[in-house]
Design a protein around this ligand. Sequence first.
Ligand code: M6R
Length: 614
Amino acid sequence: MCGIVGYCGHRSAVEVVVSGLRRLEYRGYDSAGVAVGAHGRIVEAKKAGKISNLDAELAAHPLPAATAGVGHTRWATHGPPNDLNAHPHVSENGRVALVHNGIVENWATLRDELAAEGVVPVSDTDTEIAAQLLGRAVADGADLTTAMRQVAPRLEGAFTLVAVDAAHPDTVVAARRNSPLVVGVGDGENFVASDVAAFIEHTRDAIELGQDQVVTITADAVTVTDFDGNDAPTTPYHVDWDLAAAEKGGFDWFMRKEIHEQPEAIANTLLGRHDAAGRLVLDELRISEAELRLVDKIVIIACGTSFYAGMVAKYAIEHWTRTPCEVELASEFRYRDPIVSPRTLVVAISQSGETADTLMAIRYAREQGSKVLSICNTNGSTIPRESDAVIYTHAGPEIGVASTKGFTTQLVACYLLGLYLAQVRRTKYDDEIAAVVAELETMPDLVQRVLDDQDAVMRLADELVDAHSVLFLGRHVGYPVALEGALKLKELAYIHAEGFAAGELKHGPIALIEQGLPVFVVVPPRGRDQLHGKVVSNIHEIRARGARTIVLAEEDDEVAAGHASILLSLPKVSTLLQPLLAAVPLQLFACELATRQGNDVDQPRNLAKSVTVE
Ligand code: M6R
């Protein structure tokens, strides 16, 4: 939610900041703005809408030359997305420009306090209140770093703040609490940003910041302290992906590129996970085997697509480890007084590693004494840092707001975790585990086969471009796949789409079926004979009522094919691993349909890639 950039160096600050914002636009695209200090005052440009609007504004009214500045791309929380509410916000005395990611929860109290002193805010935002406080602190003689240390502890909620003071325009100061911020360390230039993507074209050397820290950057120095001014520990790291990975690479959408990257992403996530004898080794896991043997319950917490990955994981983990496994929406978890203990293993799944709901649930679980293992795609992000252990998915940066390779690599990490637990707890024989790992290793090729066979999906998107409602059905691990298919369609095509457990149909949802209604059905492989037969019966039931059945079934499944208005064929694979294949045509379909509708596939309306507010 919201992308922020600060820069000090030897280049044009406006150019560096705006190009950084462009790479962070996936975080929010309601408005964008940039500010620099020049001749003792703040000069800014900001516009509602995408960064292209800001580009036009800057072309018409260029900002003065400066080598330090701050910028922002917004996902609106307080106040509608218009020019006035766009960041940066400037203090009444014109000294300080501030950009902000997060929510200042006590902004109304602070606004009343400022009003009593005669300060009247000009925007509807919580951010402006913080800008006014900083402006008053520097006017009282504090330097910007000291002002930030004074103001940040007064703010409640989650925030990253980045500011520049017109009186010292070569210095940028930032503060962080519960919201992402990384430092980029360059040669004669330094950066702060929500995400390394903002500065990856200039440097791959980064510093992770901890909670409640203030960082001051100039062209030549980076200083990090806590809110009391004490030196704070930091963790430098090297970013292991480059600019090319964050570019579209010839595809029209990041999402399409990311869908096509899945074979490689899955292969990378599987890389180096077992020793020569075939035993699984999860190097990043920092929980001992003894501790894992004591676990008596697993609770998976996640949001959105990651939650659906967790639902698939439950089937696999319980089957392989015979350990009870619950899956819970992170946003619900801590509000219902969940029963967790030091013997509970909490597994948090998050692509971004910054989702506020998941982070808060992790903190709650750790307070109860549970160990938390995160499955995450973003190195150096908050969720793995606050977990006891991590399994990184190695999908590379996911920029499209709709998660695709994030999902399939989360599935792979969940399977690896389930198999590792089975190995440690001896609930499966080594050869049984090795057989599943061997099958997992065939998945990159099988996903590639699904990607190479897109004709039916393309025709379907052509046919259904005017659909108003689409249903998705599945059973067992096909159920979360159905939910994920529906979510992709809602996010991208803005049409009514719902996923159901196929067995639930007769308990109500079958009333929705009408002549010609498109219904996707994920048919399990025939290995689970009962399950397969039941889903085929469900297809009968909806066809009899006029549904247009779009059947995803393994190749040569003539029974399922016989009931399909349209057949999407999947390579043969065992039941538990089928989601890795079945999700792919649904991702492609949503991408294609939204493209035909003229929607912005990478930046769907109202959404943001990284949801850093609760
Ligand atoms: O970064 P996370 O995995 O924690 O994000 C969770 C959800 O916000 C995310 O999966 C969201 O549902 C996606 N837009 C789905 O495509």
